[in-house]
Design a protein. Structure first.
Length: 425
């Protein structure tokens, strides 16, 4: 017998009994984003490969090693999107959205061929925000206030905020030269990966997780010492705004991010509760990207949250478990006998019309009274509604509480709506 086909490594099914925290996260986040005036955008999962190469950068891990790229039937190279920023910028240019400031958000799966481990997957999900057309530190603050509010409504405390400024192009170039000189002078302490990065993307050496590199990285020059006047003022005002709002943060001069498009403000929200994959939300400013992709120069800032990591925190938190799952059914309609079975779906529709938002499951597929009742009980519904041949003939239904003590009683079919409405309160 052939082996059953299974999901691809690093790509996971989200099963109904685990969906509660996902919905809580997605609904809560959406409410906050809407309350700050952000509009949702949806872009395709697949884009031309060139888009990601030109935005994320040719010599980044994502583009060099992690993209799912393939030729389509006409020979174009396409890629599953590894992140959402590039697609948003492409869409904003393509549809002329950059004529005024825009606050956009999106959510959906992203794809990176990384080595799967806890908190790191090949298909993962992000909710992200991209703001176009605003250059001041006030909007950098706003996106952080917004994330802070999301943590608060989800009951997530214990996240740390790390920030840094990457300055502007020339500032970074001068810094890079100094960093390269320093690293070359300490060549004997570099691992193989860092030697390679020294050639291609030296700032990423600072991101090395190799404990043997800790000392040499600690002694490296820092970019904050290379900021020009305007970048320094932007960063200081950004920090002052966080202080004024009471948001605690740590300036981490080694925070460089793994995508090439950033300038000035960058940040990460980090938890210590998930092991090595502790960054739950990350982003920053990318003022050059729109022009780089052919649009008119437009400042921009954004972030993306990793939903798998946030769900892991929610599952470990005090509000995990059954209470986080979707609300239970109000009723399960049991119908036994040919005529009752035939009448049940129409009765269910009448009840749904009568009680907006009613959560009612109408049994399908027949079966004995006993077996249907068992299913009603297992469904978690609050009440069973019972329609047999006798009830149908008398124009009534049996009503039995399933989650509380109480006998079954009969109600006229046209009283059921009022009863169910009252029982929901
Ligand atoms: P990123 O740092 O590559 O940034 O990803 C953002 C977040 O997505 C990470 O902090 C993490 O929580 C989650 N994440 C990334 N890769 C994985 C993975 N393999 N498995 C599980 N979770 C993952 C970006 O994607 C930028 N587009 C963020 C941004 C938006 N910057 C400006 N605007």
């Amino acid at each position: 017998m052939s082996k059953n086909i299974q999901a691809i490594r690093g790509m996971h099914d989200l099963l109904p009994d685990r969906i509660g925290p996902w919905q809580r996260l997605e609904d809560g986040t959406r409410q906050v984003l809407e309350s700050y005036g952000y509009s949702e955008i949806r872009t395709p999962l697949v884009e031309v490969t060139e888009l990601f190469k030109r935005s994320i950068g040719e010599v980044t891990d994502i583009v060099e090693k992690e993209m799912y790229s393939f030729p389509d039937r006409s020979g174009d190279s396409l890629s599953l999107r590894p992140e959402g920023t590039a697609s948003c910028v492409r869409a904003a240019i393509e549809h002329g959205l950059l004529d005024q400031p825009r606050r956009l958000w999106y959510r959906g799966p992203m794809f990176r061929h990384e080595r799967p481990q806890k908190g790191r997957y090949r298909q993962f999900h992000q909710i992200g925000v991209e703001v176009f057309g605003l250059e001041g530190p006030d909007i950098d603050q706003e996106v952080l206030f917004l994330t802070q509010r999301i943590w608060r409504i989800l009951g997530l405390d214990g996240l740390r905020l790390e920030i840094n400024s990457l300055g502007e192009g020339e500032e970074r170039a001068a810094y890079r030269a100094e960093l390269v000189a320093y690293l070359e002078a300490h060549d004997e302490h570099l691992d193989e990966d860092s030697r390679r990065r020294l050639e291609t993307n030296p700032l990423r050496v600072l991101d090395s997780k190799n404990p043997d590199m800790r000392e040499v990285i600690a002694g490296a020059p820092v970019i904050l010492d290379h900021l020009g006047e305007a970048s320094r003022r932007h960063f200081e005002q950004f920090c002052a705004g966080l202080d004024a709002a009471g948001i605690a943060f740590h300036v981490n001069p080694r925070l460089v991010r793994g995508l090439d498009y950033y300038n000035r403000t960058v940040f990460e929200w980090i938890t210590d509760d998930l092991g090595a994959q502790g960054t739950v939300c990350a982003g920053g400013r990318y003022d050059g990207l729109v022009a780089q992709l052919g649009g008119r120069p437009t400042p921009a800032v954004g972030f993306a949250m990793g939903l798998e990591r946030l769900v892991a925190l929610l599952e470990a938190g005090p509000q995990s478990g059954a209470t986080a799952n979707p609300p239970p059914l109000d009723a399960y309609l049991v119908a036994v006998g040919e005529a009752a079975q035939a009448a049940a779906p129409a009765l269910a529709e009448r009840l749904r019309d009568a009680v907006p938002g009613l959560r009612l499951l109408c049994h399908c597929g027949g079966g004995s009274f006993k077996s249907q009742f068992k299913k009603a009980d297992r469904s978690g519904a609050r009440h069973a509604l019972v329609l047999g041949e006798g009830e149908l003939a008398r124009g009534v239904a049996g009503v039995k509480p399933l989650r509380a003590a109480g006998e079954q009683r009969e109600l006229a079919l046209d009283e059921l709506g009022t009863f169910l409405q009252a029982a929901r309160r």
